[in-house]
Design a protein around this ligand. Structure first.
Ligand SMILES: [Zn+2]
Length: 449
């Protein structure tokens, strides 16, 4: 007891040890992040078990094991998490890349029959232990060595459990349409719902494909396939953050390259096109001129289509994710920049509610809350989180819709947000009047809970 919502509405008959006055504030279910790298322990030393960065932006539940990478022994990992504690509730997918590496190393050919049988067995075992489904990261080795038949065979093992196929597709750019077709075909053939991870369209030359991408997804849904996408609200993926200008100068037009380091300070925060103006050179020559003057100049490349991101968010098949992880806050912005930390780990949900909802009117407040909570729970099959009603776990976020704001920038990626007053995890107040109280009150969670 003490960890669930007891009643909603007229609380006349009840007494409470503590009463929080939320007059004028939004009281919402805690945000559920369906694509998280928090607790990717072996891969990333910069993880905080307390998950402060996630909780401070209102996230109370995260799903990891994404992009094809996870512990192979899901049960042991969840048990370890229970023992060590976790700030957020945490569940996971079983990663196809990790399973393949475990069984066949980095061998690039198709799996043999015995190898496929062993991989299937590991997937079934993970599902028995509570995994949400199979994830892939098909731009990464060794997962990318698997062909569509091999992937379908593995994913089909999850069908009897109501598993989900969560995929970082083979391409988000030049072959994005083909990659979506492959993901949808695997879901259809395996009889499993499909989650398109961090859906985006990258590279200027591919941005015009948004109609086709949306059409493919909506055709599949019309034909009866369950498919949803999670989307994060920033235009630079991790590989485009704080990179040498030389890497991107020929790839993106100068208005999409934001100078963040290595030039004179007054140019930091300007696009290469704006800097050209400042330096009095013609935009086509701007990148070359900057590299000549500042050989170590670095940029954030705004490589994802903003128009596509906005249309994806408006579609009823999209939900919100971060694709980030609970990074500890480093001493200075410069240090955070040095590690190329991404602002999504601190700013995603405030960016949605402050910018996309309040400033741009792209989504209503209610739509955004649903895409951050109940709709995610429904898609993942979570039965006891995502809604404010009696019997649900008391994961709650209280925020001011007039002031909630993402305070991160590309020059300072680790800033806690504005406007989030309270965050409760399993009935514990972990953010109180905007202040971090801490504690590991999250729990490992299993499919269907
Ligand atoms: Zn990914």
């Amino acid at each position: 007891m003490g960890d669930r919502i007891v009643a909603v509405g007229d609380l006349g008959p009840y007494t409470a040890g503590r009463i929080i006055d939320a007059t004028g504030l939004v009281v919402a279910p805690g945000f559920i992040n369906p694509h998280s790298h928090t607790h990717d322990d072996q891969l990333n030393p910069f993880i905080e078990r307390d998950a402060k960065a996630s909780l401070m932006q209102g996230i109370t539940t995260e799903i990891g094991g994404v992009d094809g990478r996870s512990p192979v022994d899901v049960g042991a990992f969840l048990a370890q998490l229970a023992e060590e504690g976790t700030g957020v509730n945490f569940g996971l997918f079983i990663g196809q890349g990790s399973v393949r590496a475990h069984v066949m190393g980095w061998s690039p050919g198709p799996a043999g029959e015995a190898q496929l049988d062993e991989m299937k067995r590991l997937v079934r075992e993970a599902m028995e232990q509570g995994a949400f489904g199979v994830s892939t990261g098909l731009e990464y080795q060794p997962g990318s060595f698997a062909n569509q038949d091999e992937l379908t065979a593995l994913v089909a093992e999850t069908a009897p459990y109501g598993g989900i196929y969560s995929t970082h597709m083979r391409s988000e750019g030049d072959r994005v349409v083909e990659a979506i077709e492959e993901a949808l075909a695997i879901g259809e053939r395996a009889g499993v719902a499909v989650n398109l991870s961090h859906l985006k369209i990258v590279h200027h030359r591919n941005w015009a494909k948004e109609d086709e991408v949306i059409a493919r997804i909506e055709e599949a849904r019309a034909a009866g396939l369950r498919v949803f996408a999670d989307v994060y609200p920033y235009r630079a993926p991790d590989y485009a953050v704080n990179r040498p200008l030389s890497e991107w100068a020929g790839v993106l037009p100068p208005e999409y390259l934001l100078i963040v380091d290595g030039a004179s300070a007054d140019l930091h925060g300007l696009t290469v096109a704006q800097a050209a103006d400042r330096l009095g050179v013609a935009p086509p020559a701007a990148a070359a001129e900057l590299m000549a003057r500042y050989p170590s100049v670095r940029v954030v490349a705004l490589v994802s289509s903003e128009s596509a991101m906005h249309r994806f968010y408006r579609a009823d098949w999209s939900v919100i994710s971060t694709d980030g992880e609970a990074q500890p806050k480093l001493e200075t912005a410069a240090e955070a920049m040095r590690y190329a930390f991404h602002r999504r780990s601190y700013g995603t949900y405030p960016q949605i509610f402050g910018t996309l909802v309040r400033e741009q009117g792209l989504l209503t407040l209610e739509q955004a809350v649903r895409k951050a909570t109940g709709q995610v729970a429904d898609e993942l099959g979570l039965k006891s989180r995502g809604y404010l009603k009696a019997g649900q776990y008391a994961d709650i976020v209280v925020f001011n819709p007039e002031t909630i704001a993402d305070r991160t920038t590309w020059l300072s990626p680790q800033e806690y947000p504005e406007g989030i007053a309270y965050v409760l995890v399993n009935g514990h107040v972990v953010v109180d009047e905007g202040e971090w109280k801490g504690g590991r009150h999250g729990r490992p969670i299993r499919r269907g809970e």
